[in-house]
Write a new protein. Structure first.
Length: 706
């Protein structure tokens, strides 16, 4: 056997030998440890669940929501950019773009603050977002530049159109000269060609200019940009050719006189038209370049935005994967919690059963053996040679030890009484023989007076022996009486302790009955509350019906019943809430009733156990009381025997005095002989009484096995 096993068994043995209070304290301590272990297990599992739920409801939820907000923000910006590019509510979409930028930035900041996404992915997201912001800023800048260019082009186009109309009117005025002089002869190479080119050049210049504007507008949405550029170049060349032919006529070298454009005063029409054409070409080229730059920025923005959205979608998927892992972990924790709780509960139940069995055996076993032995002494064979097994150092072991001491002392007393009874029987026999001899001597004294003195002397010696024997027997009787008195005192103490235990058991039973009655009263009150709740529920149903009838009547009343219909609806809602509250109260009352019934059952079971213990205590008290009665009877008989012995001693002493007087005078022989005969007869009767008393003592002693 190992040292650890020996140490463990020694500890168990020391625990078994400890006091009952220590056993119960250790048992409750172990149960408390089991309860603390269960509570600690529950707290640990709750902590794990709390961490997982906190991760889901805080970190993971914020990350997922931020990722969704980021995707929506980027898509909103892309939509706003597209609307701006198409010219749809530009100012409103610009404001929406700025708002979406703020929302997206806040969402990505939230993602960076949470711990769900790994740091390298968050860093990559931040870099991608910076590239996105750069592309967006470049796109907005290129759009702003393009918009400014197109605005300048539209302003210059308006000026060019007005100036073109003035120039065209001036060219048309040359044709009006032909109309005003229909009979004047003109030649083509002379004046007609010049006038025609002046008039037709203005119209063709306007056509070329409008053609450029048309293709410039088409360029905004065109897919084949090189083709549009060629068309614009061809229109510009046509415009330039028509302008050159028109201005070459010399008709437009006149000073510019239109008051609408004071900035052109002092210059010729040709100079103004050429400067506007050059400015128009510059604005067209700048618009084309800015449009191409905007399209490049837009393409770059679309690519970067798509990459950002794809990256955010990946982060969202990573967040959802983390959430799923957490959910899987929660499911695993739930399984682990169930297994752990089942294991801890099983261990606690096994330990409780083990300690219950050990405590029951350690306490009930010795008490049962003590009760059996007391029952055997009181009503069985009365075997005083048996002893209880003393094991341990607790109160029960002490009870067994002192009970063995009491039985041992009782056995000694019974043995001593039996020995004294035998001695008393022998003395009674001797006394009977002496009395018979004395009677015979008296009869012989009457016949032979000469032998009186000799017989008297022999009688004196016999009476001296009898007196000594009687004195010894009297001392033994007093010793027996004293021992029986001590045993009676001990039995009285046991009886009082048993009565006190029975009284405590009865008081405990009364308290349990009182608690049972109070709990039953509580259950009855709960039933009464249930009846009241049923009445309230009936009232709620009637209120609901009244509200329904009121709604119907309000519907019939039309417009006049609308206010009443609102009140009826509120009453109906109140009835519904009352019904819900009643159902909740009914469930709680049902729970109270169930708890009351369980408490009544537990108290009834405890009351039964207390009643059994009280019956056992009463049985012990009854047995002790019977033993006390028997002991008192023995004490009384021994006392009577002692008194009789003293009486015999006095009689013998009187006989000795009479015998001494016989020697003093023969004259009193007859008187002394008569008195001696009477004394001998009394001695015989006393001997018979002593013999009967000894027989009674033997009968009482034979009830016990010593």
């Amino acid at each position: 056997m190992s040292l650890g096993s020996k140490t463990s068994r020694r500890g168990v043995w020391q625990w078994i030998q400890s006091r009952v209070a220590a056993k119960l304290g250790i048992g409750f301590l172990v149960m408390g440890v089991m309860v603390i272990a269960c509570a600690a297990t529950g707290g640990y599992l709750i902590h794990r669940y709390d961490n997982s739920l906190a991760f889901l409801t805080q970190e993971a939820w914020r990350t997922s929501g931020a990722a969704m907000d980021g995707v929506l923000g980027v898509r909103a910006q892309m939509l706003a950019v597209e609307n701006i590019r198409q010219g749809i509510e530009v100012s409103q979409n610009m404001a929406s773009l700025e708002q979406s930028k703020i929302t997206t930035q806040e969402a990505f900041q939230t993602i960076a603050e949470t711990s769900v996404i790994p740091g390298e992915q968050v860093h990559a997201l931040q870099e991608q977002f910076q590239r996105y912001n750069g592309a967006l800023e470049q796109l907005v800048a290129s759009y702003t530049q393009m918009d400014q260019s197109w605005t300048a082009l539209r302003e210059h186009s308006n000026h060019f159109v007005k100036v073109g109309e003035i120039v065209e009117e001036l060219g048309d005025s040359t044709v009006e000269e032909l109309e005003q002089n229909p009979d004047k002869p003109f030649t083509w190479n002379g004046e007609i060609r010049e006038k025609w080119e002046a008039a037709d050049g203005g119209m063709e210049s306007s056509i070329g200019f409008l053609t450029q504007l048309f293709y410039l507008e088409q360029l905004k949405s065109a897919q084949d940009i090189p083709q549009m550029q060629r068309e614009i170049s061809e229109a510009r060349a046509f415009h330039q050719e028509a302008m050159s032919g028109m201005l070459a006529t010399g008709r437009f070298d006149a000073p510019f006189t239109s008051s609408e454009f004071p900035q052109f005063q002092g210059r010729t029409y040709a100079d103004v038209y050429r400067s506007l054409f050059s400015r128009m070409a510059e604005c067209s080229d700048k618009c084309i370049n800015d449009l191409l730059a905007y399209r490049t920025s837009a393409a770059n923005y679309q690519q970067v935005a798509a990459q950002l959205v794809n990256h955010v979608d990946q982060l969202k998927e990573a967040s959802e994967s983390s959430v799923q892992r957490t959910l899987d972990q929660i499911d695993g924790d739930r399984h682990f919690a169930v297994m752990l709780l089942v294991g801890v509960t099983a261990i606690a139940v096994c330990v409780a059963i083990a300690f219950g069995v050990i405590c029951t055996r350690a306490i009930a076993g010795p008490l049962r053996r003590t009760a059996e032995m007391v029952h055997d002494i009181a009503e069985g064979e009365g075997d005083l040679t048996k002893r209880l097994k003393v094991s341990g150092q607790d109160e029960i072991a002490q009870l067994a030890y002192w009970f063995n001491t009491f039985v041992e002392k009782l056995q000694g007393l019974i043995q001593h009484i039996a020995a004294n009874a035998a001695s008393m029987d022998s003395s009674a026999s001797e006394l009977d023989v002496a009395a018979t001899s004395l009677i015979n001597g008296v009869e012989k004294t009457r016949g032979e007076s000469t032998s009186v003195r000799k017989s008297s002397e022999e009688m004196q010696h016999a009476i001296g022996d009898v007196s000594e024997t009687i004195n010894n027997m009297s001392g033994s009787m007093r010793l027996v009486a004293s021992s029986i008195q001590e045993m009676t005192t001990t039995i009285d103490d046991i009886a009082r302790n048993s009565e006190r235990a029975a009284s405590n058991m009865s008081r405990t039973s009364q308290l349990a009955e009182s608690s049972n009655h109070k709990i039953e009263t509580l259950g009855s009150a709960a039933n009464d509350i249930g009846c009241v709740i049923q009445e309230v529920e009936d009232i709620a149903e009637q209120t609901n019906l009244l509200a329904l009838n009121a709604t119907i009547e309000a519907a019939r009343a039309g417009e006049a019943g609308k206010g009443f219909a609102v009140v009826a609806t509120e009453v109906k809602e109140l009835a519904r809430q009352t019904a819900g509250a009643i159902d909740s109260i009914r469930k709680r009352i049902t729970h109270i009733q169930d708890s009351s019934r369980e408490a009544v059952s537990a108290i009834s079971e405890m009351n039964g156990m207390i009643s059994d213990a009280s019956n056992l205590t009463n049985t012990i008290a009854s047995a002790v009381e019977e033993q006390n009665i028997v002991t008192r009877s023995i004490a009384e008989n021994v006392t009577n025997a002692s008194h009789m012995t003293e009486s015999v001693a006095m009689t013998i002493n009187s006989s000795r005095s009479q015998s001494e007087k016989i020697t003093d005078g023969i004259s009193t022989v007859d008187t002394v002989t008569l008195e001696t005969s009477r004394g001998a007869e009394q001695n015989r009767n006393t001997a018979l009484q002593m013999s009967r008393l000894a027989e009674e003592l033997r009968t009482l002693v034979n009830q016990f096995k010593v």
